[in-house]
Design a protein around this ligand. Structure first.
Ligand SMILES: [Zn+2]
Length: 448
């Protein structure tokens, strides 16, 4: 390949520039950090590079420094892909600026460091977390962009189908009940959790959440936070007993603190017409039930009696509507997927750019195919939640007190009409929202 002409502009030079601001409460100190950072030669690289990453919809950026270069990778829709490479010199200058803005020590390229600043592009604001660590080759830096506003606001935005939304809302707005929300760790559980709370009737009932003082949750309007640990001098159980005096309707548990408080909260649901909504990481809804009973045996009886709904979720990439390719599935494929014959005539797969030598017109002349402008030839755009909503029946509740064997519990749930994550995933393929390839990828590596 010909060497790039030296005048060609780098992505950080052409991308819209982000605004990076140190998170310092004292305005004059903040100004001082900002002035120092803006004087550096790395500042234009930093704001261009972060602007490029945000424009590319990257939620994480990985920088790997070796002797000669700084390799850049972007995490987009849950996948790492190569970003624009920087020379070592530019990469170093950029990192110096970024470390200044995150109030880290730019001179230290070996120790583990961790800091934050704010990034802004247009109206969108992010909390940018920078973690760095020296490596044998140089240094590795991970930059995470957390939007200040969770982009998903409603269950339908996450891709939940209408009938399921209705059933989930009904469970969320019930009493004498417990609702669990889960997914494997790091698979979009925070977004699903916030959207779940937003879907509940927080205006009619009193929602009180139990949170660790050092790890407060994102704020949800009309969910009152109550803290334990840290400077409060309270453990979770003591906090719960204090909260009970105020007779809230719903106990919100972003994580289950310990067995004693779990039992106390469930007692309120079982005996006082209250509700418990808890977040609990797991690979499937049935696994969540089995694990929670095994982990907190003293709460088993009340849990089996009150568990009304268990939501579980997987994130998959959503097919790009502009370039997705339809194909006629063979009867064998439909049978394998368990889709009744005649129900679905077209399935979709992602557009894959053919090799350049095959991009020819009818006469065999080269005719390069322009990449899809909407998804930049990725074939996918954004993500989609695959949801399973499990509503335990009487046989399952009874079984939960006798066994935590997953195969057996799965069989009972199926017999009581439960549709698992896998068949929900196939439904999403049949609806043309994602592909079989993507489903295989998402389900290949359970990670909870
Ligand atoms: Zn496309």
């Amino acid at each position: 390949m010909a060497k790039k002409p030296p005048t060609e502009l780098q992505p950080w030079q052409t991308a819209p520039q982000a605004t990076l601001t140190p998170l310092v409460s004292d305005p004059s100190q903040q100004q001082a950090v900002l002035i120092l950072a803006r004087q550096g030669t790395g500042h234009p690289v930093a704001i261009g590079q972060i602007g490029h990453a945000i424009t590319a919809r990257a939620i994480q950026v990985m920088l790997d420094y070796n002797a000669s270069a700084c390799a850049v990778r972007y995490m987009i829709d849950g996948q790492w892909e190569p970003g624009p490479e920087l020379t070592r010199e530019l990469g170093d200058a950029m990192l110096l600026t970024l470390k200044q803005l995150c109030q880290l020590n730019p001179a230290d390229r070996r120790s583990a460091q961790n800091g934050k600043c704010q990034a802004k592009l247009g109206k969108d604001k992010y909390v940018m977390t920078l973690k760095s660590q020296g490596t044998a080759q140089g240094e590795r830096v991970l930059i995470r962009m957390d939007p200040e506003k969770i982009p998903f606001q409603r269950l339908e935005d996450l891709g939940m189908r209408d009938t399921m939304i209705e059933q989930f809302r009904e469970a969320l707005n019930s009493e004498n009940s417990c609702v669990l929300v889960g997914s494997p760790r790091g698979a979009g559980l925070t977004a699903t959790w916030i959207v779940t709370l937003n879907a509940a009737d927080r205006l009619i009932r009193d929602f009180q959440s139990v949170e660790l003082e050092d790890e407060p949750e994102l704020e949800v309007i009309n969910v009152n936070a109550n803290f334990y640990g840290g400077s409060t001098g309270l453990n979770a159980s003591q906090l719960l007993h204090k909260m009970i005096l105020k007779e809230p309707d719903v106990f919100v548990l972003p994580s289950i603190p310990d067995e004693a408080s779990w039992v106390t909260a469930l007692e309120q649901a079982a005996e006082k017409e209250k509700q418990v909504i808890a977040r609990y990481p797991a690979n499937t809804a049935i696994e969540a039930c089995a694990r929670i009973v095994a982990q907190y045996p003293k709460g088993a009886k009340h849990f089996a009696a009150t568990v009304k709904a268990v939501l579980n979720q997987r994130l998959v990439r959503r097919l790009c509507e502009d370039c997705k390719q339809g194909f006629q599935p063979t009867p064998q494929l439909l049978q394998k997927l368990g889709i009744p014959a005649g129900r679905v005539t077209t399935l979709y797969q992602q557009f894959v750019m053919p090799p350049i030598e095959q991009q020819v017109d009818a006469k065999g002349k080269p005719a390069p195919i322009p990449p899809c402008a909407k998804c930049q030839a990725r074939g996918y755009l954004g993500r989609l939640g695959i949801f399973e909503l499990f509503k335990p029946g009487p046989k399952f509740r009874a079984a939960l007190l006798k066994t935590t064997d997953l195969a057996e519990l799965n069989k009972i749930a199926q017999a009581e009409g439960h549709r698992g994550l896998q068949s929900e995933a196939i439904l999403a393929v049949a609806r043309g929202l994602t592909t079989l390839d993507e489903i295989k990828r998402a389900f290949a590596k359970p990670s909870a």
